[in-house]
Design a protein around this ligand. Sequence first.
Ligand code: NAD
Length: 551
Amino acid sequence: MSGPRSVRAPRGTRPSALGWPQEAALRMLQNNLDPEVAEHPDQLVVYGGTGKAARDWRSFDAMVRTLRKLKQDETMLVQSGRPVGVMQTHEWAPRVLIANSHLVGDWATWEEFRRLEALGLTMYGQMTAGSWIYIGTQGILQGTYETFAAVAAKRFGGSLAGTITLTAGLGGMGGAQPLAVTMNGGVAICVDCDPRAVERRIEHRYLDVRADSLDHALRLATEARDARRPLSVGVLGNAAELVPRLHALGAPVDIVTDQTSAHDPLAYLPLGVAFDEMASCAAEDPADFTTRARESMARHVEAMVGFLDAGAEVFDYGNSLRGEARLAGYDRAFAFPGFVPAYIRPLFCEGKGPFRWVALSGDPADIARTDRAVLDLFPENESLARWIRMAGERVRFQGLPARICWLGYGERDRAGERFNDMVASGELSAPVVIGRDHLDCGSVASPYRETEAMLDGSDAIADWPLLNAMVNVASGASWVSVHHGGGVGIGRSIHAGQVTVADGTAPAGEKIRRVLTNDPGMGVIRHVDAGYDIAESVAAERGVRVPMREG
Ligand code: NAD
Protein backbone atom coordinates (compact mmCIF):
# COMPACT_ATOMS: atom_id res chain seq x y z
CA MET A 1 0.00 0.00 0.00
CA SER A 2 1.22 3.46 -0.80
CA GLY A 3 2.00 5.77 2.12
CA PRO A 4 3.28 9.25 2.98
CA ARG A 5 6.17 10.56 0.91
CA SER A 6 7.60 13.93 -0.04
CA VAL A 7 5.81 15.49 -3.01
CA ARG A 8 6.93 18.38 -5.19
CA ALA A 9 5.43 19.60 -8.46
CA PRO A 10 7.62 19.17 -11.55
CA ARG A 11 8.98 22.44 -12.96
CA GLY A 12 9.95 23.36 -16.48
CA THR A 13 8.55 24.04 -19.88
CA ARG A 14 7.73 20.50 -21.02
CA PRO A 15 4.56 18.72 -19.92
CA SER A 16 4.63 15.04 -19.01
CA ALA A 17 0.84 14.83 -19.53
CA LEU A 18 -0.91 14.89 -22.92
CA GLY A 19 -1.76 18.60 -22.73
CA TRP A 20 -1.14 21.67 -20.56
CA PRO A 21 -4.56 21.69 -18.83
CA GLN A 22 -3.93 18.11 -17.59
CA GLU A 23 -0.33 18.96 -16.73
CA ALA A 24 -1.52 22.03 -14.82
CA ALA A 25 -3.93 19.97 -12.70
CA LEU A 26 -1.16 17.46 -12.07
CA ARG A 27 1.38 20.10 -11.01
CA MET A 28 -1.13 21.97 -8.85
CA LEU A 29 -2.28 18.80 -7.05
CA GLN A 30 1.36 18.04 -6.28
CA ASN A 31 2.13 21.65 -5.42
CA ASN A 32 -0.66 21.65 -2.80
CA LEU A 33 1.22 18.85 -1.02
CA ASP A 34 4.72 20.35 -1.31
CA PRO A 35 6.09 20.53 2.27
CA GLU A 36 6.81 24.23 1.66
CA VAL A 37 3.12 24.76 0.90
CA ALA A 38 1.07 22.28 2.96
CA GLU A 39 0.73 22.50 6.74
CA HIS A 40 0.75 18.69 7.31
CA PRO A 41 1.69 17.07 3.97
CA ASP A 42 2.26 13.59 5.44
CA GLN A 43 -1.48 13.47 6.25
CA LEU A 44 -2.35 15.11 2.87
CA VAL A 45 -3.55 18.15 4.87
CA VAL A 46 -2.93 21.44 3.07
CA TYR A 47 -4.42 24.07 5.43
CA GLY A 48 -7.51 25.08 7.38
CA GLY A 49 -7.68 22.42 10.07
CA THR A 50 -8.02 19.19 8.05
CA GLY A 51 -8.41 20.56 4.50
CA LYS A 52 -6.99 17.83 2.24
CA ALA A 53 -5.83 17.59 -1.39
CA ALA A 54 -6.62 13.87 -1.80
CA ARG A 55 -8.56 11.34 0.25
CA ASP A 56 -5.62 8.99 0.82
CA TRP A 57 -2.29 8.16 -0.82
CA ARG A 58 -3.83 5.50 -3.07
CA SER A 59 -6.28 8.09 -4.41
CA PHE A 60 -3.43 10.55 -4.86
CA ASP A 61 -1.45 8.00 -6.89
CA ALA A 62 -4.50 7.14 -8.99
CA MET A 63 -5.11 10.83 -9.76
CA VAL A 64 -1.49 11.38 -10.79
CA ARG A 65 -1.58 8.28 -13.00
CA THR A 66 -4.90 9.27 -14.59
CA LEU A 67 -3.93 12.89 -15.22
CA ARG A 68 -0.77 11.77 -17.02
CA LYS A 69 -2.84 9.72 -19.49
CA LEU A 70 -5.94 11.90 -19.73
CA LYS A 71 -6.81 12.94 -23.31
CA GLN A 72 -7.92 16.38 -24.56
CA ASP A 73 -11.53 15.19 -24.79
CA GLU A 74 -11.71 13.36 -21.47
CA THR A 75 -12.74 14.47 -17.99
CA MET A 76 -11.69 12.94 -14.67
CA LEU A 77 -14.36 12.96 -11.96
CA VAL A 78 -13.23 13.40 -8.36
CA GLN A 79 -15.53 12.56 -5.44
CA SER A 80 -14.15 13.90 -2.16
CA GLY A 81 -10.50 13.46 -3.07
CA ARG A 82 -10.80 10.14 -4.92
CA PRO A 83 -10.90 9.74 -8.73
CA VAL A 84 -14.05 7.78 -9.46
CA GLY A 85 -14.36 7.93 -13.25
CA VAL A 86 -13.05 9.16 -16.58
CA MET A 87 -15.68 10.16 -19.14
CA GLN A 88 -15.43 11.20 -22.75
CA THR A 89 -16.47 14.87 -23.04
CA HIS A 90 -15.05 17.44 -25.48
CA GLU A 91 -12.19 19.89 -25.82
CA TRP A 92 -14.04 22.82 -24.24
CA ALA A 93 -15.15 20.77 -21.22
CA PRO A 94 -13.12 20.90 -17.99
CA ARG A 95 -10.45 18.20 -17.69
CA VAL A 96 -11.36 17.65 -14.03
CA LEU A 97 -14.67 18.00 -12.17
CA ILE A 98 -14.52 17.91 -8.37
CA ALA A 99 -17.21 17.56 -5.68
CA ASN A 100 -15.90 17.57 -2.11
CA SER A 101 -17.45 16.95 1.32
CA HIS A 102 -21.13 17.21 0.34
CA LEU A 103 -23.81 15.73 2.58
CA VAL A 104 -27.59 15.89 2.29
CA GLY A 105 -29.02 18.69 4.49
CA ASP A 106 -30.31 16.72 7.47
CA TRP A 107 -27.06 14.72 7.60
CA ALA A 108 -24.76 17.74 7.33
CA THR A 109 -23.20 17.64 10.82
CA TRP A 110 -19.58 17.20 11.90
CA GLU A 111 -20.56 14.01 13.71
CA GLU A 112 -21.98 12.35 10.61
CA PHE A 113 -19.17 13.71 8.45
CA ARG A 114 -16.54 12.20 10.75
CA ARG A 115 -18.39 8.87 10.85
CA LEU A 116 -18.31 8.72 7.04
CA GLU A 117 -14.72 9.99 6.91
CA ALA A 118 -13.65 7.20 9.29
CA LEU A 119 -15.26 4.71 6.90
CA GLY A 120 -13.07 6.15 4.13
CA LEU A 121 -16.04 7.55 2.20
CA THR A 122 -15.32 11.28 2.21
CA MET A 123 -12.71 13.95 3.04
CA TYR A 124 -12.72 17.59 4.07
CA GLY A 125 -11.77 19.64 1.01
CA GLN A 126 -11.71 23.13 2.66
CA MET A 127 -11.74 25.67 -0.18
CA THR A 128 -8.52 25.52 -2.19
CA ALA A 129 -7.05 22.35 -0.62
CA GLY A 130 -9.28 19.84 -2.41
CA SER A 131 -9.49 22.01 -5.54
CA TRP A 132 -5.70 22.31 -6.01
CA ILE A 133 -5.25 26.08 -6.15
CA TYR A 134 -3.80 26.81 -2.70
CA ILE A 135 -0.71 29.01 -3.01
CA GLY A 136 0.45 29.17 0.60
CA THR A 137 -0.17 32.01 2.99
CA GLN A 138 0.16 34.62 0.23
CA GLY A 139 -3.26 33.40 -1.00
CA ILE A 140 -5.00 35.17 1.82
CA LEU A 141 -2.46 37.93 2.37
CA GLN A 142 -3.90 40.58 0.11
CA GLY A 143 -7.45 40.00 1.40
CA THR A 144 -6.15 40.27 4.96
CA TYR A 145 -4.14 43.37 4.03
CA GLU A 146 -7.25 44.96 2.45
CA THR A 147 -9.35 44.08 5.50
CA PHE A 148 -6.89 45.75 7.88
CA ALA A 149 -6.64 48.71 5.47
CA ALA A 150 -10.45 49.02 5.69
CA VAL A 151 -10.23 48.93 9.50
CA ALA A 152 -7.58 51.66 9.33
CA ALA A 153 -9.76 53.77 7.03
CA LYS A 154 -12.85 53.31 9.22
CA ARG A 155 -11.35 54.00 12.62
CA PHE A 156 -7.72 55.14 12.55
CA GLY A 157 -7.31 57.80 9.87
CA GLY A 158 -6.09 55.48 7.11
CA SER A 159 -3.11 53.84 8.83
CA LEU A 160 -2.63 51.39 11.67
CA ALA A 161 0.52 53.25 12.84
CA GLY A 162 0.27 53.71 16.61
CA THR A 163 -2.26 50.89 17.11
CA ILE A 164 -2.09 47.35 18.54
CA THR A 165 -4.01 44.45 17.00
CA LEU A 166 -4.58 41.29 19.03
CA THR A 167 -5.29 38.04 17.20
CA ALA A 168 -4.68 34.29 17.37
CA GLY A 169 -3.98 31.55 14.84
CA LEU A 170 -0.71 31.51 12.89
CA GLY A 171 -1.66 28.62 10.60
CA GLY A 172 -1.77 28.46 6.81
CA MET A 173 -4.25 31.33 6.49
CA GLY A 174 -4.04 32.99 9.89
CA GLY A 175 -0.29 33.38 9.39
CA ALA A 176 -1.00 36.23 6.96
CA GLN A 177 -2.31 38.42 9.79
CA PRO A 178 1.00 39.69 11.25
CA LEU A 179 2.36 40.74 7.86
CA ALA A 180 -0.97 42.31 6.83
CA VAL A 181 -0.95 44.41 10.02
CA THR A 182 2.66 45.53 9.65
CA MET A 183 2.11 46.31 5.95
CA ASN A 184 -0.56 48.72 7.23
CA GLY A 185 1.93 50.25 9.66
CA GLY A 186 0.58 48.65 12.85
CA VAL A 187 1.69 46.38 15.67
CA ALA A 188 0.28 42.86 16.09
CA ILE A 189 0.27 40.43 19.00
CA CYS A 190 -0.44 36.94 17.60
CA VAL A 191 -1.15 33.96 19.85
CA ASP A 192 -0.72 30.34 18.73
CA CYS A 193 -0.44 27.16 20.78
CA ASP A 194 1.76 25.37 18.24
CA PRO A 195 5.47 26.29 18.44
CA ARG A 196 5.93 25.03 14.87
CA ALA A 197 3.35 27.48 13.51
CA VAL A 198 5.16 30.39 15.22
CA GLU A 199 8.56 29.28 13.91
CA ARG A 200 7.24 28.70 10.39
CA ARG A 201 5.82 32.24 10.15
CA ILE A 202 9.12 33.72 11.33
CA GLU A 203 11.03 31.58 8.85
CA HIS A 204 8.72 32.72 6.01
CA ARG A 205 9.06 36.38 7.13
CA TYR A 206 5.36 36.78 7.90
CA LEU A 207 6.07 37.26 11.63
CA ASP A 208 8.87 39.44 13.02
CA VAL A 209 9.68 38.12 16.51
CA ARG A 210 8.66 35.60 19.13
CA ALA A 211 8.13 36.84 22.71
CA ASP A 212 9.10 34.73 25.75
CA SER A 213 5.91 35.49 27.65
CA LEU A 214 2.69 37.48 27.48
CA ASP A 215 4.27 40.32 29.49
CA HIS A 216 7.23 40.37 27.12
CA ALA A 217 4.84 40.48 24.12
CA LEU A 218 2.92 43.37 25.64
CA ARG A 219 6.13 45.29 26.38
CA LEU A 220 7.50 44.81 22.85
CA ALA A 221 4.12 45.80 21.38
CA THR A 222 3.66 48.98 23.42
CA GLU A 223 7.24 50.13 22.76
CA ALA A 224 6.77 49.68 19.01
CA ARG A 225 3.34 51.32 19.10
CA ASP A 226 4.73 54.36 20.97
CA ALA A 227 7.47 54.68 18.36
CA ARG A 228 4.83 54.21 15.61
CA ARG A 229 7.04 51.39 14.33
CA PRO A 230 5.41 48.37 12.61
CA LEU A 231 6.10 45.11 14.49
CA SER A 232 4.53 41.68 14.77
CA VAL A 233 5.06 39.62 17.92
CA GLY A 234 4.22 35.92 18.22
CA VAL A 235 3.41 34.47 21.62
CA LEU A 236 2.96 30.84 22.46
CA GLY A 237 -0.18 29.88 24.37
CA ASN A 238 -3.86 29.13 24.31
CA ALA A 239 -5.98 32.02 23.00
CA ALA A 240 -8.84 30.99 25.31
CA GLU A 241 -6.50 31.74 28.20
CA LEU A 242 -4.36 34.62 26.91
CA VAL A 243 -7.08 36.79 25.33
CA PRO A 244 -9.15 36.87 28.58
CA ARG A 245 -5.89 37.49 30.52
CA LEU A 246 -5.03 40.49 28.34
CA HIS A 247 -8.56 41.82 28.76
CA ALA A 248 -8.37 41.44 32.54
CA LEU A 249 -5.02 43.31 32.49
CA GLY A 250 -6.68 46.18 30.60
CA ALA A 251 -4.15 45.76 27.76
CA PRO A 252 -4.20 48.75 25.37
CA VAL A 253 -5.52 46.83 22.39
CA ASP A 254 -7.25 48.72 19.57
CA ILE A 255 -8.32 45.90 17.23
CA VAL A 256 -9.23 42.29 18.04
CA THR A 257 -9.91 39.33 15.76
CA ASP A 258 -9.03 35.64 15.50
CA GLN A 259 -8.07 32.97 12.97
CA THR A 260 -7.68 29.80 14.98
CA SER A 261 -9.29 26.76 13.33
CA ALA A 262 -12.51 27.34 15.25
CA HIS A 263 -14.68 26.08 12.38
CA ASP A 264 -13.67 22.56 13.45
CA PRO A 265 -14.00 22.07 17.22
CA LEU A 266 -11.51 19.18 17.03
CA ALA A 267 -8.88 21.61 15.70
CA TYR A 268 -9.30 24.23 18.47
CA LEU A 269 -7.22 23.60 21.61
CA PRO A 270 -9.48 23.57 24.69
CA LEU A 271 -8.38 25.03 28.03
CA GLY A 272 -6.72 22.44 30.25
CA VAL A 273 -5.35 20.34 27.33
CA ALA A 274 -1.62 20.49 26.56
CA PHE A 275 -0.82 21.12 22.90
CA ASP A 276 1.18 17.88 22.66
CA GLU A 277 -1.85 15.89 23.83
CA MET A 278 -4.34 17.64 21.56
CA ALA A 279 -4.46 15.01 18.79
CA SER A 280 -4.71 12.00 21.13
CA CYS A 281 -7.36 13.70 23.31
CA ALA A 282 -9.46 14.57 20.24
CA ALA A 283 -9.18 11.01 18.91
CA GLU A 284 -10.00 9.38 22.27
CA ASP A 285 -13.24 11.19 23.00
CA PRO A 286 -14.29 13.56 20.20
CA ALA A 287 -17.64 14.41 21.83
CA ASP A 288 -16.03 15.49 25.11
CA PHE A 289 -13.26 17.34 23.25
CA THR A 290 -15.90 19.20 21.19
CA THR A 291 -17.78 20.30 24.33
CA ARG A 292 -14.57 21.49 25.97
CA ALA A 293 -13.39 23.30 22.81
CA ARG A 294 -16.75 25.08 22.52
CA GLU A 295 -16.68 26.13 26.17
CA SER A 296 -13.16 27.50 25.68
CA MET A 297 -14.30 29.38 22.56
CA ALA A 298 -17.08 30.92 24.65
CA ARG A 299 -14.44 32.28 27.10
CA HIS A 300 -12.35 33.51 24.16
CA VAL A 301 -15.34 35.30 22.55
CA GLU A 302 -16.48 36.69 25.90
CA ALA A 303 -13.10 38.43 26.23
CA MET A 304 -13.40 39.74 22.65
CA VAL A 305 -16.80 41.20 23.54
CA GLY A 306 -15.14 42.71 26.63
CA PHE A 307 -12.66 44.49 24.35
CA LEU A 308 -15.59 45.59 22.16
CA ASP A 309 -17.37 47.07 25.18
CA ALA A 310 -14.15 48.89 26.05
CA GLY A 311 -14.18 50.55 22.60
CA ALA A 312 -11.95 48.31 20.46
CA GLU A 313 -12.71 47.46 16.82
CA VAL A 314 -13.61 43.76 16.97
CA PHE A 315 -14.57 41.44 14.12
CA ASP A 316 -14.95 37.74 13.36
CA TYR A 317 -12.45 36.62 10.72
CA GLY A 318 -14.51 33.94 9.04
CA ASN A 319 -13.79 30.91 11.23
CA SER A 320 -17.17 30.33 12.95
CA LEU A 321 -15.78 31.30 16.36
CA ARG A 322 -18.98 33.17 17.23
CA GLY A 323 -21.23 30.29 16.14
CA GLU A 324 -19.27 27.79 18.24
CA ALA A 325 -19.30 30.10 21.27
CA ARG A 326 -23.04 30.47 20.94
CA LEU A 327 -23.42 26.67 20.84
CA ALA A 328 -21.67 26.66 24.22
CA GLY A 329 -24.38 28.97 25.54
CA TYR A 330 -22.65 32.37 25.34
CA ASP A 331 -25.50 34.66 24.30
CA ARG A 332 -23.50 37.77 23.25
CA ALA A 333 -21.38 35.85 20.75
CA PHE A 334 -22.76 37.82 17.81
CA ALA A 335 -22.21 41.23 19.45
CA PHE A 336 -19.46 41.93 16.88
CA PRO A 337 -19.80 41.54 13.08
CA GLY A 338 -18.14 39.27 10.57
CA PHE A 339 -15.47 40.81 8.32
CA VAL A 340 -17.48 40.53 5.09
CA PRO A 341 -20.47 42.70 6.04
CA ALA A 342 -18.12 44.99 8.00
CA TYR A 343 -15.51 45.66 5.29
CA ILE A 344 -15.59 43.48 2.16
CA ARG A 345 -19.12 43.45 0.72
CA PRO A 346 -18.77 46.66 -1.34
CA LEU A 347 -15.84 44.98 -3.16
CA PHE A 348 -17.97 41.89 -3.84
CA CYS A 349 -20.63 44.13 -5.41
CA GLU A 350 -18.03 45.13 -8.04
CA GLY A 351 -17.19 41.51 -8.75
CA LYS A 352 -13.88 41.93 -6.89
CA GLY A 353 -12.24 38.97 -5.27
CA PRO A 354 -9.01 37.03 -4.75
CA PHE A 355 -7.79 36.45 -8.30
CA ARG A 356 -4.53 34.48 -8.39
CA TRP A 357 -2.13 32.88 -10.81
CA VAL A 358 0.76 30.43 -10.68
CA ALA A 359 3.81 30.08 -12.96
CA LEU A 360 3.95 26.41 -13.98
CA SER A 361 7.56 26.89 -15.10
CA GLY A 362 8.59 27.30 -11.46
CA ASP A 363 10.56 30.39 -12.51
CA PRO A 364 10.05 33.44 -10.25
CA ALA A 365 10.99 35.66 -13.23
CA ASP A 366 7.68 34.68 -14.86
CA ILE A 367 5.77 36.11 -11.89
CA ALA A 368 7.90 39.27 -11.96
CA ARG A 369 6.87 39.71 -15.61
CA THR A 370 3.18 39.20 -14.82
CA ASP A 371 3.52 41.71 -11.94
CA ARG A 372 4.77 44.29 -14.44
CA ALA A 373 1.92 43.43 -16.82
CA VAL A 374 -0.66 44.05 -14.06
CA LEU A 375 0.93 47.42 -13.19
CA ASP A 376 0.85 48.31 -16.87
CA LEU A 377 -2.79 47.21 -17.34
CA PHE A 378 -4.26 49.13 -14.39
CA PRO A 379 -2.11 52.27 -13.96
CA GLU A 380 -4.94 54.22 -12.33
CA ASN A 381 -5.38 51.73 -9.46
CA GLU A 382 -2.96 53.01 -6.79
CA SER A 383 -3.78 50.53 -4.05
CA LEU A 384 -3.29 47.63 -6.48
CA ALA A 385 0.09 49.08 -7.52
CA ARG A 386 1.11 49.46 -3.85
CA TRP A 387 0.13 45.83 -3.20
CA ILE A 388 1.98 44.43 -6.24
CA ARG A 389 5.16 46.33 -5.33
CA MET A 390 5.02 45.30 -1.66
CA ALA A 391 4.26 41.69 -2.54
CA GLY A 392 7.20 41.64 -4.96
CA GLU A 393 9.51 42.84 -2.17
CA ARG A 394 8.15 41.05 0.89
CA VAL A 395 6.35 37.85 -0.10
CA ARG A 396 8.41 34.69 -0.15
CA PHE A 397 7.00 32.12 -2.55
CA GLN A 398 5.93 28.74 -1.18
CA GLY A 399 6.08 26.02 -3.82
CA LEU A 400 5.47 27.16 -7.40
CA PRO A 401 5.81 30.96 -7.73
CA ALA A 402 2.41 32.63 -7.56
CA ARG A 403 0.73 35.98 -7.16
CA ILE A 404 -2.62 37.13 -5.83
CA CYS A 405 -4.40 40.41 -6.35
CA TRP A 406 -8.03 41.40 -5.96
CA LEU A 407 -9.50 42.29 -9.36
CA GLY A 408 -13.11 42.94 -10.34
CA TYR A 409 -15.54 42.51 -13.20
CA GLY A 410 -13.97 43.74 -16.44
CA GLU A 411 -10.45 43.47 -14.99
CA ARG A 412 -9.85 39.75 -14.46
CA ASP A 413 -10.49 38.88 -18.11
CA ARG A 414 -8.09 41.59 -19.28
CA ALA A 415 -5.33 40.29 -17.00
CA GLY A 416 -5.99 36.68 -18.05
CA GLU A 417 -5.91 37.47 -21.76
CA ARG A 418 -2.68 39.45 -21.33
CA PHE A 419 -1.06 36.48 -19.55
CA ASN A 420 -2.16 34.16 -22.35
CA ASP A 421 -0.64 36.53 -24.92
CA MET A 422 2.59 36.59 -22.90
CA VAL A 423 2.75 32.79 -22.99
CA ALA A 424 2.07 32.84 -26.75
CA SER A 425 4.84 35.36 -27.44
CA GLY A 426 7.38 33.51 -25.29
CA GLU A 427 7.61 36.38 -22.79
CA LEU A 428 6.60 33.83 -20.14
CA SER A 429 8.63 30.63 -20.24
CA ALA A 430 5.66 28.24 -19.68
CA PRO A 431 1.87 28.35 -19.21
CA VAL A 432 0.24 30.03 -16.23
CA VAL A 433 -2.64 28.71 -14.16
CA ILE A 434 -5.31 31.30 -13.33
CA GLY A 435 -7.76 30.64 -10.51
CA ARG A 436 -9.11 32.06 -7.31
CA ASP A 437 -10.13 31.27 -3.76
CA HIS A 438 -13.65 29.89 -3.26
CA LEU A 439 -14.01 32.90 -0.95
CA ASP A 440 -15.19 35.14 -3.78
CA CYS A 441 -18.01 37.48 -4.70
CA GLY A 442 -20.45 35.12 -6.43
CA SER A 443 -19.31 31.63 -5.55
CA VAL A 444 -20.30 31.08 -1.93
CA ALA A 445 -23.32 30.61 0.28
CA SER A 446 -22.04 30.96 3.85
CA PRO A 447 -24.31 32.71 6.35
CA TYR A 448 -21.53 33.13 8.95
CA ARG A 449 -19.10 34.62 6.45
CA GLU A 450 -19.44 35.65 2.79
CA THR A 451 -23.24 35.94 2.86
CA GLU A 452 -23.73 37.10 6.45
CA ALA A 453 -26.46 39.77 6.77
CA MET A 454 -27.34 40.06 3.06
CA LEU A 455 -29.63 43.01 2.37
CA ASP A 456 -32.57 40.82 1.32
CA GLY A 457 -32.05 38.10 3.95
CA SER A 458 -30.87 35.56 1.37
CA ASP A 459 -27.86 34.47 3.48
CA ALA A 460 -28.52 30.71 3.33
CA ILE A 461 -29.70 30.48 -0.30
CA ALA A 462 -27.24 28.03 -1.88
CA ASP A 463 -28.34 28.17 -5.54
CA TRP A 464 -25.64 30.76 -6.31
CA PRO A 465 -22.50 28.62 -5.89
CA LEU A 466 -24.14 25.87 -7.95
CA LEU A 467 -24.93 28.32 -10.76
CA ASN A 468 -21.39 29.60 -10.45
CA ALA A 469 -19.89 26.14 -10.93
CA MET A 470 -22.21 25.40 -13.85
CA VAL A 471 -21.43 28.66 -15.65
CA ASN A 472 -17.71 28.01 -15.26
CA VAL A 473 -18.12 24.54 -16.75
CA ALA A 474 -20.15 26.04 -19.61
CA SER A 475 -17.55 28.77 -20.19
CA GLY A 476 -14.52 26.53 -20.65
CA ALA A 477 -12.68 26.38 -17.29
CA SER A 478 -9.94 23.75 -17.02
CA TRP A 479 -11.15 22.38 -13.71
CA VAL A 480 -14.21 23.21 -11.62
CA SER A 481 -15.03 22.28 -8.03
CA VAL A 482 -18.04 22.49 -5.72
CA HIS A 483 -17.39 21.99 -1.99
CA HIS A 484 -19.32 21.92 1.24
CA GLY A 485 -18.18 23.23 4.62
CA GLY A 486 -14.96 25.11 3.72
CA GLY A 487 -13.94 28.01 5.96
CA VAL A 488 -16.77 27.74 8.45
CA GLY A 489 -17.38 24.01 8.83
CA ILE A 490 -19.79 21.22 7.89
CA GLY A 491 -23.39 22.36 7.51
CA ARG A 492 -22.46 26.02 7.16
CA SER A 493 -21.36 26.68 3.56
CA ILE A 494 -21.48 25.61 -0.09
CA HIS A 495 -18.88 27.09 -2.47
CA ALA A 496 -17.39 26.71 -5.91
CA GLY A 497 -14.08 27.32 -7.65
CA GLN A 498 -12.56 27.36 -11.12
CA VAL A 499 -9.07 27.22 -12.53
CA THR A 500 -8.24 28.03 -16.16
CA VAL A 501 -4.95 27.47 -17.93
CA ALA A 502 -3.31 30.11 -20.09
CA ASP A 503 -1.23 27.97 -22.44
CA GLY A 504 -0.82 30.60 -25.13
CA THR A 505 -3.23 29.01 -27.63
CA ALA A 506 -6.14 30.85 -29.25
CA PRO A 507 -8.81 28.54 -27.73
CA ALA A 508 -7.30 29.12 -24.27
CA GLY A 509 -7.65 32.88 -24.87
CA GLU A 510 -11.33 32.42 -25.78
CA LYS A 511 -11.99 30.28 -22.70
CA ILE A 512 -10.19 32.74 -20.44
CA ARG A 513 -12.23 35.64 -21.77
CA ARG A 514 -15.53 33.85 -21.08
CA VAL A 515 -14.59 32.31 -17.72
CA LEU A 516 -13.00 35.46 -16.33
CA THR A 517 -15.99 37.54 -17.43
CA ASN A 518 -18.75 35.20 -16.29
CA ASP A 519 -17.17 34.10 -13.02
CA PRO A 520 -16.94 37.61 -11.45
CA GLY A 521 -20.19 38.42 -13.30
CA MET A 522 -21.84 36.00 -10.86
CA GLY A 523 -20.74 38.27 -8.03
CA VAL A 524 -22.32 41.29 -9.68
CA ILE A 525 -25.66 39.58 -10.41
CA ARG A 526 -25.79 37.93 -6.97
CA HIS A 527 -25.51 41.36 -5.33
CA VAL A 528 -27.88 43.06 -7.81
CA ASP A 529 -30.42 40.37 -6.95
CA ALA A 530 -29.97 41.07 -3.24
CA GLY A 531 -30.62 44.78 -3.81
CA TYR A 532 -27.17 46.39 -3.50
CA ASP A 533 -27.00 49.78 -5.27
CA ILE A 534 -23.25 49.52 -6.02
CA ALA A 535 -23.81 46.22 -7.85
CA GLU A 536 -26.69 47.77 -9.74
CA SER A 537 -24.46 50.65 -10.99
CA VAL A 538 -21.62 48.26 -11.87
CA ALA A 539 -24.04 46.11 -13.90
CA ALA A 540 -25.43 49.17 -15.69
CA GLU A 541 -22.01 50.74 -16.39
CA ARG A 542 -20.18 47.58 -17.45
CA GLY A 543 -23.02 45.86 -19.34
CA VAL A 544 -23.80 42.90 -17.08
CA ARG A 545 -27.20 41.62 -18.20
CA VAL A 546 -29.82 41.10 -15.48
CA PRO A 547 -33.18 40.03 -17.02
CA MET A 548 -35.29 41.29 -14.09
CA ARG A 549 -33.88 44.78 -14.66
CA GLU A 550 -34.48 44.75 -18.43
CA GLY A 551 -37.59 45.64 -20.43
P1 NAD B 1 -4.68 26.10 10.32
O1 NAD B 1 -5.31 24.86 10.80
O2 NAD B 1 -3.56 26.06 9.35
O3 NAD B 1 -4.17 26.96 11.60
C1 NAD B 1 -4.93 27.13 12.77
C2 NAD B 1 -3.99 27.54 13.90
O4 NAD B 1 -4.77 27.77 15.07
C3 NAD B 1 -2.98 26.44 14.22
O5 NAD B 1 -1.67 26.96 14.10
C4 NAD B 1 -3.32 26.06 15.65
O6 NAD B 1 -2.18 25.73 16.41
C5 NAD B 1 -4.00 27.32 16.18
N1 NAD B 1 -4.89 27.08 17.32
C6 NAD B 1 -5.88 26.18 17.47
N2 NAD B 1 -6.48 26.32 18.67
C7 NAD B 1 -5.85 27.34 19.30
C8 NAD B 1 -6.04 27.96 20.56
N3 NAD B 1 -6.99 27.57 21.41
N4 NAD B 1 -5.19 28.96 20.89
C9 NAD B 1 -4.21 29.37 20.06
N5 NAD B 1 -4.01 28.83 18.83
C10 NAD B 1 -4.83 27.83 18.46
O7 NAD B 1 -5.88 27.00 9.76
P2 NAD B 1 -5.82 28.28 8.78
O8 NAD B 1 -5.70 27.82 7.38
O9 NAD B 1 -4.85 29.27 9.30
O10 NAD B 1 -7.31 28.84 8.96
C11 NAD B 1 -7.71 29.37 10.23
C12 NAD B 1 -9.20 29.62 10.27
O11 NAD B 1 -9.54 30.71 9.44
C13 NAD B 1 -10.02 28.43 9.79
O12 NAD B 1 -11.20 28.33 10.56
C14 NAD B 1 -10.34 28.80 8.39
O13 NAD B 1 -11.48 28.13 7.92
C15 NAD B 1 -10.54 30.29 8.51
N6 NAD B 1 -10.26 30.98 7.27
C16 NAD B 1 -10.58 32.28 7.15
C17 NAD B 1 -10.33 32.95 5.98
C18 NAD B 1 -10.63 34.38 5.82
O14 NAD B 1 -10.51 34.93 4.78
N7 NAD B 1 -10.98 35.05 6.86
C19 NAD B 1 -9.77 32.30 4.90
C20 NAD B 1 -9.41 31.00 5.06
C21 NAD B 1 -9.63 30.36 6.25
